[in-house]
Design a protein around this ligand. Structure first.
Ligand code: ATP
Ligand code: MG
Length: 406
């Protein structure tokens, strides 16, 4: 991609003072645009990052045998009334009336997926069911001040599973927890599995995936030695207490919730009449769980955690491009074309602006490798990584080899 052609480039205009760190860097770098508080356009650069996050999630979730689909975002009141959540989730749900009918915009999909399942699954042989989608969620967030971390409209992967027994549900629940940890690891995030309250969903404990981060809105108490970890809202320990599991010292820290999984058992299937016929021909209630990961929150988390004074430092697996190619004083079209032909994703800054401006923008955008073609580099190419100050001159083939290791 030629940077001169890219829609939504780095901006020099002054941003509002009270913007969160992730929003500041993402807006400045040309990844997102803010329509209003809690509502963002993913510009082409930001969309590429989110698509890469999405693909990492998809690959791991598919390994658990789940199937991808797509559910509607416009929901009728009736379905939400069946569980009582039309009333109990009123504050978070965008509800409205049109031509005497009442609707809501999707804030989650439990009721919608259960309505679907009772129309498509009847006997024990139809289970387990594992279905998911990537879609927009709408939530009336009163505190939409954390940039991409808290949108009024945001992207989520939500997976729903139904089982014929508690044991089967339990097994799959922890299999998904495992795959969540793998997803976050791939994104360079060390997520902790945290016991938490159920919020509007359930009275039982749920499990959140929390990443320690100074600016995070959550607070967790955790043990560094074992896996003991609780959200502040339900914590039975304090900082410096002994870990109830292994006796080590409890620590605390601010954190960002990047995922959450919920075991509902038969709670919702009872309310919505989701049955199946067992081996003996007896009607049983299905066991239900749901699993969410916030995609746009993840992009915000990465920007919040991986940056320096100059801009974002993307983990290479989600960087919008692998290489940021800069031409100085002479054009780098040949190198650009060769890289593209060799399957490298290149952002090529071919603009007629000062080298300083190109370098500043490259640091802001945060692509892992910067290549410079100039009179000074001669037949060679200057290679520099975003995380280092070291610059080296390499032949084209050496560049290609090196990119593969990033
Ligand atoms: P929070 O406690 O941060 O408000 P939540 O517990 O209400 O989030 P869940 O219903 O558990 O959120 O949603 C699953 C995932 O969706 C969260 O773990 C998070 O990654 C993401 N998410 C939730 N709310 C938002 C939001 N307003 N903006 C962006 N991502 C969100
Ligand atoms: Mg949650």
């Amino acid at each position: 991609m030629r940077y001169s052609n890219l829609f939504g480039r780095a901006t020099k205009s002054e941003l509002k003072e009270d913007l969160s760190t992730n929003a500041k860097f993402l807006i400045k770098g040309g990844f997102v645009d803010q329509l209003m508080s809690g509502s963002y356009t993913l510009l082409p650069l930001g969309f590429r990052v989110v698509k890469k996050i999405e693909q990492i999630i998809r690959e791991e979730i598919n390994k658990t045998g789940a199937q991808e689909m797509l559910m509607p975002l416009l929901h009728p009141k009736d379905v939400w009334n069946e569980t009582g959540r039309w009333e109990t989730a009123k504050e978070v749900m965008y509800q409205f009336k049109k031509d005497d009918k009442e609707f809501a915009l999707s804030f989650t999909h439990e009721e919608i997926v259960l309505d679907l399942i009772r129309k498509h699954a009847f006997a024990y042989k139809d289970f387990p069911i594992k279905i998911y989608h990537f879609s927009t969620k709408f939530r009336n967030e009163p505190r939409a001040k954390s940039g991409l971390l808290r949108g009024r409209e945001f992207l989520m992967k939500d997976l729903y599973s139904l089982h014929t027994s508690v044991e089967n549900l339990d097994k799959y629940y922890w299999e998904v927890a495992d795959s969540y940890i793998k997803i976050f690891k791939k994104l360079n995030l060390d997520a902790k599995i945290v016991e938490a309250a159920g919020g509007v969903f359930t009275d039982e404990h749920t499990h959140e995936f929390q990443v320690l981060c100074e600016t995070g809105e959550d607070k967790i108490f955790y043990c560094e030695k074992c896996d003991f970890c609780q959200n502040k809202e339900i914590a039975t320990v304090q900082e410096n207490d002994r870990c109830p599991k292994c006796g080590d010292i409890i620590k605390s820290g601010n954190s960002i919730e990047v995922g959450n999984i919920f075991k509902f058992g038969t709670f919702y299937s009872k309310k919505m009449n989701v049955h199946f016929m067992d081996e003996k021909g007896k009607e049983q209630l299905a066991h239900f769980a749901s699993y969410g990961i916030g995609l746009t929150r993840l992009m915000g988390t990465l920007a919040e955690m991986f940056h320096d004074g100059k801009g974002i430092i993307w983990p290479s697996v989600v960087a919008p491009f692998q290489v940021h190619l800069i031409s100085i004083g002479k054009n780098a079209d040949k190198v650009y074309e060769k890289l593209e032909k060799d399957g490298v994703e290149v952002l090529y800054d071919d603009r007629d602006v000062s080298p300083g401006e190109k370098f500043t923008d490259a640091d802001l955008i945060g692509i892992p490798v910067r290549l410079v073609v100039s009179e000074k580099s001669g037949d060679k190419i200057e290679y520099k990584e975003r995380i280092s100050e070291e610059k080296i001159l390499l032949d084209y083939d050496e560049v290609l080899e090196k990119i593969k290791t990033i």
